[in-house]
Design a binder for this molecule. Structure first.
Ligand code: BG6
Length: 246
């Protein structure tokens, strides 16, 4: 049985990823990562370096906390760097240095171009709230508050579990389910009564291993099959496809 929101009966809460689900910022992250890793690899290996690809981004970086993304991509190329510290300057050859460089590029781009929401998602969230369901934003990004603030969308979520909260509460990030589970707990809803909305493969893995009631894969870049393979119950290109007119 499916409700007007396109969800199974009994779902009481909706847990939304941010980048690529609520805002058009997934591509901004991906571009900042590519520029950062390509510069690092070029400096290390010379002009015939093997560039960072879209598939590297999807497999190793998308959806994960910043430092985990750096570690996981470097490991895929058998590169190990010291951790460094969170205040490493952006040109430091360390996990934190690379993460800081990427964050500088990301913020520069966001400052110049601004943040655009997906209107289909905003309308869907309005419908979800009008139907009396609870909402949470669950993102690995430590920039979540600023990004939401820039589109005046903080008020749409009852609970926020982002990169900053995860660090404070020592929650392992996606692909582990802990951040989604914490959001459901904060809302007082069992995971089996919560739906997850994600565009990243790491987010699908989190949805599956957390045994959530429903997992919606949001395909913005043509990876429908991979989203299903990683545990989506349904894949849509835009949340408007689920229905839910407010
Ligand atoms: O670097 P931030 O803003 O803390 O974001 C961490 C991660 O957040 C995720 O939402 C993005 O998919 C990743 O690309 C990003 O690396």
């Amino acid at each position: 049985m499916t409700t007007q929101l396109g969800l199974p009966e009994g779902i009481q809460a909706c847990l939304f990823d941010l980048d690529g689900v609520v805002t058009r910022t997934a591509v901004v992250h991906a571009a900042a990562w590519k520029a950062t890793f390509d510069a690092f690899l070029r400096e290390r290996d010379g002009e015939d370096f093997r560039p960072f690809t879209d598939s590297d981004y999807d497999q190793y970086v998308d959806g994960r906390p910043r430092a985990d993304g750096v570690r996981s991509f470097l490991a895929s190329r058998s590169i190990e760097l010291p951790e460094g510290t969170s205040d490493d300057p952006p040109d430091t050859r360390s996990v934190n240095g690379i993460g800081n460089r990427k964050n500088e590029l990301l913020l520069e781009k966001i400052r110049t171009d601004g943040v655009e929401p997906y209107e289909g998602t905003l309308r869907y969230i309005d419908a979800v709230r009008a139907a009396g369901l609870a909402t949470a934003i669950v993102s690995s990004s430590a920039n979540t508050r600023d990004v939401l603030h820039s589109i005046d969308a903080e008020r749409l979520f009852d609970v926020r579990v982002d990169g900053v909260v995860a660090r404070e509460r020592k929650l392992p990030g996606k692909p582990h389910p802990d951040t989604f589970l914490a959001a459901a707990r904060d809302l007082g809803v069992e995971p089996s009564h919560a739906a997850v909305f994600e565009d990243a493969l790491a987010g699908m893995d989190a949805g599956r291993s957390g045994h959530f009631g429903f997992v919606v894969g949001v395909d913005r870049v043509g990876q429908t099959d991979a989203l299903y393979a990683h545990g989506a119950d349904r894949v849509v290109k835009d949340l408007a496809e689920l229905g839910g007119r407010a």
